[in-house]
Design a protein around this ligand. Structure first.
Ligand code: HEM
Ligand code: HEM
Length: 144
């Protein structure tokens, strides 16, 4: 039996929370380091040596999130859709995750620095609000 149906098995839910927690913290940390933290190296000011590792962790957690989202897409959404409940917030979370994947792709390959900055803020804003949306979704779902 699948771990993801209308209800989601605790181990899957916890893995989802952990994936979101790690990608949230590492994403925000990377943003702070990239914009505001410099250290003095042998040749003058430079990025903090941990900054690249933070992005490595972020990428790994984000890919795990996308794998989990695959199961939500193929099981949870078709099953809950029939109940007509939580559609608006469910669609909002799903769209945000899809936009995260698209903006992440653009962050990898966009060469235009002006557009890249806008995409980066969009990625940060939507990713930043994901925990709140998910929390509201679950809270509303458990009301009944
Ligand atoms: C499914 C969700 C997510 C995916 C697939 C994803 C993927 C990625 C990837 C691949 C990068 C690296 C881009 C690069 O090399 O520059 C990145 C960067 C970043 N992510 Fe995420 N991420 C996700 C969620 C989040 C969340 C929850 C936050 C938290 C607020 C976040 C904040 C950031 C930030 C600030 C950057 C750096 C952007 C920049 O280069 O300026 N991401 N993300
Ligand atoms: C159109 C999209 C979606 C719809 C219609 C939807 C609908 C629902 C409904 C009706 C419930 C309450 C289930 C119950 O206890 O009776 C629920 C719970 C939940 N949903 Fe969604 N959902 C959607 C998308 C998502 C997405 C994208 C995620 C996560 C990435 C998600 C994660 C959860 C979780 C973790 C629960 C709590 C499950 C539990 O208590 O075992 N949902 N959803």
């Amino acid at each position: 039996m699948s771990a993801v149906r209308v209800k989601i098995e605790p181990w899957f839910r916890r893995t989802l929370y952990l994936g979101l927690f790690i990608s949230w913290v590492s994403g925000v940390l990377f943003f702070v380091m990239n914009n505001w933290i410099t250290v003095t190296g042998d040749f003058g000011p430079e990025k903090h040596p941990w900054q690249f590792n933070v992005l490595l962790v972020h990428g790994a957690a984000a890919f795990i999130m996308l794998m989990l989202f695959g199961s939500i897409l193929s099981n949870h959404i078709p099953m809950t859709w029939k109940t007509k409940r939580l559609r608006k917030i469910g669609i909002t979370i799903s769209s945000f995750i899809v936009i995260q994947a698209v903006t992440a792709y653009l962050l990898y390959y966009l060469a235009n620095e002006d557009i890249r900055v806008i995409v980066s803020y969009l990625h940060l804003a939507m990713g930043g609000s994901l925990p709140l949306l998910l929390w509201a979704h679950i809270k509303l779902g458990r009301k009944r």
